[in-house]
Design a protein. Structure first.
Lengths: 354, 49
């Protein structure tokens, strides 16, 4: 929602968040190194560089696991919504840690030989037919390439120019990247470990990420299916009674063709707007009205409820829907969206209708 | 999110989760009884092999 370009969008909260994240990362690596030096898992003499490579790789995997859990957790419970606000910083930090792991591995195992280190990375282990010695580096490299694209396009500049839909599609590649990372670990580090703890942790991470996404996805699917068979011959749908909408909050209603409308109540007035935020298609209806404007729960983008226009100096626009109160006192919303930024008819309970 | 995105997310995980799990199980099933040597020892860096 920036009106001027900034290389990285920081504010006080994000700086504090990043400092905490850096401190946690430093603590993780320190503990990993200290424990590793005390009891090197392979039984060989402890090698601090190899340990550091593994510490960075483990940290990147843990960070990506956490980053991927935030989305479905926030879908399942609003308590996790605050974590979404800083998720992109976590994602970029994950890439930087993965880059350190990649760079150090390349330097340590492939530098100084007769081959270009990048060529060496790809040809040094040709056992693609083997199940034991499969070149796990290929999985890691593919995952790293995806993380690079995601980190490089993480700025709102790309989000705005690519559109929210295309941007989200690109960033959905985080899921296959996670799968590639799991395989990178399974065919790499786990082959050199005896303890069942390590495979158990990797499987736990995968189960959490996949399970949460499946649970959240199934719930959304069920909500979308709720409108199957609903007929609205006059182009209006019955959403709820006015009292069903908490003040400053919204009721989200699925529309017959798959979109959703957020019906907000602000005192005696009821407005209907498209449920998708212009920023990342966040669910506006799960947000609230702050200072008279609808505020997205994901990153705080704001829109006036009467016309869907962001308050100055911002210029984003979402669509409104017309709303009316039926003779039976029910809130009806017109299925057809108004043009983005166009004022919609709203309900004024003080007058009966707007 | 819009419905196509919601569906894509779900369908991706329906496809990805068993594929990744199968890959991990395959790796664990074929993991050597004794751990492989350290990475530096199993890597061949001259490209001859």
């Amino acid at each position: 929602m920036g009106v001027r370009h900034q290389a990285v969008q920081w504010n006080g909260n994000k700086i504090v968040y990043d400092l905490y994240m850096l401190a946690a990362l430093a603590a993780f690596i320190a503990v990993f190194m200290i424990v590793g030096l005390e009891a090197y898992p392979t039984g060989h003499e402890a090698d601090p560089v190899v340990l550091l490579i593994r510490a960075l790789g483990s940290a990147a995997f843990l960070m990506l696991t956490i980053a991927l859990m935030i989305g479905p957790l926030a879908r399942l419970s609003p308590r996790f919504l605050p974590f979404l606000y800083n998720r992109r910083h976590l994602g970029v930090m994950t890439f930087l840690v993965a880059a350190a792991h990649f760079g150090l591995s390349l330097f340590w195992y492939h530098f100084g030989g007769p081959l270009n280190p990048f060529v060496s990375l790809l040809v040094s282990n040709p056992l693609y037919q083997s199940k034991q010695g499969f070149p796990f580096e290929a999985f890691g490299l593919a995952a790293f390439a995806i993380l690079f694209v995601m980190a490089a396009t993480s700025h709102d500049f790309w989000l705005k120019n690519l559109s929210a839909g295309v941007w989200k599609l690109i960033h959905t590649l985080a899921y296959p990247a996670y799968g590639l990372l799991v395989l990178h670990i399974a065919y790499g580090a786990l082959m050199t470990e005896k303890s069942p703890l390590y495979p158990a942790l990797v499987i736990l991470g995968l189960a959490l990420v996949a399970g949460l996404h499946l649970a959240a996805g199934m719930r959304e699917w069920a909500r979308d299916s709720g409108m199957k068979g609903v007929k609205a011959p006059d182009g209006w749908i019955d959403v709820c009674a006015p009292d069903d909408i908490p003040d400053k909050r919204a009721v989200i209603a699925p529309l017959p063709k798959g979109d959703r409308v957020a019906v907000f109540r602000d005192g005696a007035k009821i407005y209907a707007v498209d449920n998708a935020c212009r920023h990342q298609n966040g669910p506006l209806g799960e947000g609230c009205i702050k200072d008279g404007v609808i505020t997205c729960p994901w990153h705080g983008w704001q829109y006036r409820p009467q016309d869907g226009v962001s308050p100055p100096p911002y210029e984003e626009r979402i669509s409104t829907h017309d709303a009316r109160l039926s003779s039976l006192g029910r809130v009806f919303v017109r299925i057809r969206r108004n043009a983005p930024g166009a004022a919609g008819a709203f309900i004024d309970l003080g007058e009966g209708r707007g | 999110m819009r419905r196509p995105q919601r569906r894509l997310h779900l369908l991706m995980w329906i496809a990805l989760a068993p594929a990744i799990a199968a890959g991990v199980l395959l790796a664990l099933r074929h993991a050597p009884a004794e751990p492989l040597a350290d990475l530096a020892e199993i890597l061949v860096t001259d490209g001859a092999d």
